[in-house]
Every structure is written in C-alpha cells, then in structure tokens.
Design a protein around this ligand. Structure first.
Ligand code: 3PG
Length: 388
C-alpha cells in the first residue's frame, strides 16, 4: 500500500481520517491516547505544508442528525492545545472548504452525515472531492467499511496509509505473523462470547493461552466448580472444554471473591481468596488469586512475545485490581515484544502507569481483535486495491 510518508504533500489538500473516538465523562476527555497517537501524523502533514482536513467519528449518534453530545468540538479544543493552534470544526463542508498551507480544520463527526455507516457512494465522493490525497490513519476504525474509512478511498485521487495505521499493521504483523517464541497470549475482560473466536485464533498462534476475567470464570465453571454470582457464560462451557482438550489454557487456580453486590463495590471492598472448589453460591469472582497472578507472571517472564487484550479482574476498584496489576507489571518488566490493545486494557496500563514498558500499544479495540482473528480489515483492503 502507498504510504503518506513517501508522498509530497506540499500545497496539497490532504484529508486524514483519524480515530478520535475518545471516552469522555461530563464533557471531559478521560483518555487522550487516541488523540496523542494521531498527533505525529497531523504534525507531519502540517510541517510538509499540506492543507490539512481531519475527519473522525465520535460515539454512535443517530445517523443523519446533529447531536451536541457527539460533537467533536471538545476534541478540537484538546487537539488545538496539543498543536498550539486553533482547530476550527466545520459542519457545512459539502460546498468546499478553504484551508491555508500548514493549517488544519476538523470536519464535524462523520456519523452526523447520512450514508456514512452504509458506505454510501454519494457521500464517499463528496469526501473525495475535498482532497488531492486521502490518508487513512484510523486503525481503530479500520474494521468498518464506512464512507469515511472505505468508500472515500475508492474515489480520492490518491489513497494511502498514514504513519499510525502503518505502525499498527507493522506491530501486529511482527507479533502475529512471525513472532519470536514462546508466544503468550492473555485474553481477559468481560465480553466472553465475543472473544471466543479470538481464543480459537490465538490458540493456533500462542504457545500458552492465558485467560482472565469473565473468560477465566467460564473455564473455572467448565472444570466443574461452583462459580456463584460470577460473570461467566454457561452456554460456552462445552466450547471451553473443547479448547482445553486442544491446547494448554491457563486459568485461575485460586480466585479473589466478594459477597458485595456491584452497587456496593468500592476501593476497600471486602474480599476473600478461595480455591475454585471452595466458592460458595453467594460469592462472586472479581479477580485472580495471588497464586494464579504469580504463576501467570512467571509464564510472561519466559515469553518472547506477549499479546494482551482484556483485564484479569475488576481493576477499576483497588480491592479487585491486584491480579491485573501483577500481570501488567510482568508484561511491562519482560523483555518480550509485547503488544496490548482494547479500551479496558489501555485504561489498566494507564492506571498502573506502565505505558513505557509495553512495546506497542494499539489504538484499536474491535479492529485489534478482528486483526487477531485473522479477518481482513476493509479499510486496509481498499488501500491495497489502490496501491498502483
Ligand atoms: C472503537 O472505539 O472501537 C472504534 O472507534 C470504532 O467504533 P464503533 O465500534 O462505534 O464503530
């Protein structure tokens, strides 16, 4: 595929699709990872003398409607502070936009446009008309075939990958296609059913497959234990049993439980450490026990490649955070090539301040998982078709 880094951008209208879909609470951005990750690409285009137009989605608004809560204005303000310049947000761009060389504008949330999600041809052409060069840099949205990620790349005069997308694809290929062995994959989190295909795919690549969170609970139940009120998926027990026969799956051999309901959870919630056979019906598993965390840390220590998606417990509360912390610290301390992706995973890395120890932090959630599953990302495929 063509790379933005190899093109002459001077004086060109350069339309960059970023993934600035950042979490926020009460109008305040709570993680700026994606904004910071997009920054080098935007700066590179500005410094090359391009007329820069950035676009992104934010959240999932009702398509075709303007909803203030999904406006990119707070993102523009934040980006403006990082760049030290004004970033105007443009809502009405279809009749053309005027940007000076070395300056930028941000188009308002692309999902306010009718046809965005359906990859509409008319809308794709309207985006394409804005530019001389289209740069796809939004790895986090590369699994979506939408007008701003896919359609526009068919019609733009030139379509290429930005530095962030290129770096993401390089790091994933390094860890997945030709990894240094042993490979340890750690899959945790709460969305059990959506991660089963990921487990299957990873079991073929990884030498050791470690599960945490709700996924580990499903394996604990599959081994015939009572799991009380724990988050797990009963329907997936046969699948978990099959996976255990086919490959070595490491799951909790001791767990931390609480009797408190989730509304009562706090940083000082009362917990107990139990063997899986000792869990009672009124308890809920909320983390690895110390023995399991230490065992997983030891496995990580001997790895040459680590792929991590999903926390091992409810790390948001200090009382339930130890398992995720021990695992995260082991990954950060290890000399293995480590790659981590997914919103909760990034939040855990942030909480324990371990970003410097991870070789590559992916900005992708769904896109990261689809890549890991071996699926083709449509926004990358279209760039391949435009490579010549
Ligand atoms: C994400 O957060 O995973 C991406 O920004 C894609 O968002 P979407 O799932 O709403 O398409």
């Amino acid at each position: 595929i063509k790379l933005m880094a190899n093109l002459d951008l001077k004086g060109k209208r350069v339309l960059i699709r970023e993934d600035l879909n950042v979490p926020s609470m009460d109008g305040k951005i709570t993680s700026d990872v994606r904004i910071r990750a997009a920054l080098p690409t935007i700066k590179m285009a500005l410094e090359a003398g391009a007329k820069v137009i950035v676009m992104s989605h934010l959240g999932r608004p009702t398509e075709g409607e303007y909803e203030e809560q999904y406006s990119l204005k707070p993102v523009a303000t934040y980006l403006g502070e990082l760049l030290g310049k004004d970033v105007p947000v443009v809502r009405d761009w279809k009749s053309g936009v005027d940007v000076a060389e070395g300056e930028l504008i941000l188009l308002e949330n692309v999902r306010f446009n009718l046809g965005e999600k359906g990859d509409d041809e008319g809308l794709s052409k309207a985006y394409a008309n804005l530019c001389d060069i289209y740069v796809m840099d939004a790895f986090g949205t590369a699994h979506r075939a939408q007008a701003s990620t896919h359609g526009v790349a068919r019609f733009a005069p030139v379509a290429c990958a930005g530095p962030l997308l290129a770096a993401e694809l390089d790091a994933l290929e390094k860890s997945m296609a030709k990894p240094a062995r042993p490979v340890v994959a750690i899959v945790g989190g709460s969305k059990v059913s959506s991660k089963l295909t990921v487990l299957d795919a990873l079991s073929k690549i990884a030498d050791t497959l470690v599960v945490g969170g709700g996924i580990s609970n499903t394996f604990v139940a599959a081994a015939g234990n009572e799991v009380g009120n724990s988050l797990y998926e009963k329907d997936l027990i046969p699948e978990a049993q099959r996976l255990c026969k086919e490959t070595e799956v490491v799951y909790a051999t001791d767990v931390r439980t609480t009797k408190e309901g989730f509304k009562e959870w706090s940083h000082s919630s009362k917990t107990e450490v139990r063997k899986p056979s000792e869990i009672s019906a009124d308890e809920e598993i909320i983390d690895y026990g110390p023995e399991t965390a230490a065992r997983v840390a030891e496995i990580i220590k001997n790895a040459k490649t680590v792929i991590w998606n999903g926390p091992c417990g409810v790390f948001e509360f200090d009382a339930f955070a130890k398992g995720t912390e021990v695992v995260a610290r082991a990954i950060a301390a290890s000399e293995a090539f480590s790659i981590a992706g997914g919103g909760d995973t990034l939040a855990a890395i942030d909480k324990f301040d371990l970003a410097d120890g991870i070789s590559y932090i992916s900005t992708g959630g769904g896109a990261f998982l689809e890549y890991v599953e071996g699926k083709k990302l449509p926004a990358v495929q279209v760039l391949e078709s435009r490579a010549h």
